[in-house]
Design a protein around this ligand. Structure first.
Ligand code: PAF
Length: 285
């Protein structure tokens, strides 16, 4: 069967109805397109675990701030289709903003938003990206309602996003299992991101300091240093001449609470700008 590429919610629903009638399990991989090997690993995992795989490709306007890169975000649907076809996905759902949100003004004056808990939003990326996670939670819930997946696949790179989605699923009783997939990196350590395409040669060189800082923190942790202030300073030393640091945060990977003493299951997350490009990366100790 050839892959179905559609921008129609109705067409997705019809196919999902047939899958449900056939008792197939359904996996959803939500993406904003510009698919790279990181996304491919999510689609492959979905293929392994589910009978039918839906990949959504939607650059979601309501998760971008006014000064962010919504307009310039890479849109590469022909290439994305090839990636999905090669792996054997069944449906690519690539709606327009109008299909998703109608003609309404894209604000909570006119459309319903999901507001994730303040504790999970007012920290890390949410501090500088006001409203971002409301936009993410809203679109992800809409995708869940349209596709009704048994499993949904997200990358560990967006660790805060994943926490927020897990919390939303729990709080709003959504019947889906969230599957986390490991970060995929270039051979030199740079975490794959669709935004890496913005990096000049020099920015890319500087961006490498992010994974190097995480490695340095991990090395010190493994040597017995658990004080997060010392670990922070070690990471900062690697980053300071290369990128503009937004945060290095140490959080418990079970409950997302801040930790002072690093231990097994501590998430170390970094956000920094290389040139004008904002990048995130993390490790779990
Ligand atoms: O991680 C992303 O690519 C996006 O935030 C998501 C989950 C597809 C929602 O637009």
């Amino acid at each position: 069967m050839s892959i179905i590429l559609t921008n129609s919610i109705e067409e997705v629903r019809q196919n999902i109805k047939a899958y449900k009638e056939g008792k197939y399990t359904i996996g959803l991989v939500p993406t904003m397109g510009a698919l790279h090997a990181g996304h491919a690993s999510l689609i492959k995992k979905a293929k392994e675990m589910c009978d039918k795989v839906v990949v959504s490709v939607f650059v979601n306007p309501i998760q971008f701030g006014p000064n962010e890169d919504y307009e310039k975000y890479p849109r590469t649907i022909d290439r994305d289709k090839k990636v999905c076809e090669e792996i054997g996905a069944d449906i690519i759902f690539a709606p327009t903003p109008k299909e998703m949100y109608g003609d309404k003004k894209l604000s909570n004056d006119e459309i319903t938003y999901v507001c994730p808990p303040y504790n999970l939003v007012d920290c890390l990326c949410g501090k500088s990206r006001i409203g971002h996670f409301d936009g993410v939670a809203t679109v992800v819930l809409k995708l869940f309602n349209i596709v009704q997946p048994d499993f949904a696949f997200f990358g560990q790179k967006d660790a805060q996003q994943q926490f927020i989605i897990r919390q939303m699923v729990k709080d709003l009783n959504v019947n889906v299992e969230i599957v986390s997939c490991p970060i995929v990196r270039e051979s030199d350590g740079l975490a794959l991101s669709s935004r890496n395409s913005y990096l000049s040669k020099e920015d890319r060189e500087n961006a490498l300091s992010i994974s190097k800082a995480l490695n340095q923190i991990e090395k010190l942790y493994k040597s017995g240093i658990t004080d997060t202030e010392i670990l922070f300073d070690a990471g900062f030393d690697v980053l300071k001449d290369n990128v503009y640091l937004e945060y290095i945060e140490f959080r418990d990977y079970e409950n997302f609470e801040k930790v002072k003493t690093a231990g097994k299951n501590t998430l170390v997350a970094i956000a920094a700008k290389a040139g004008k490009t904002r990048l995130i990366d993390n490790i779990i100790l």
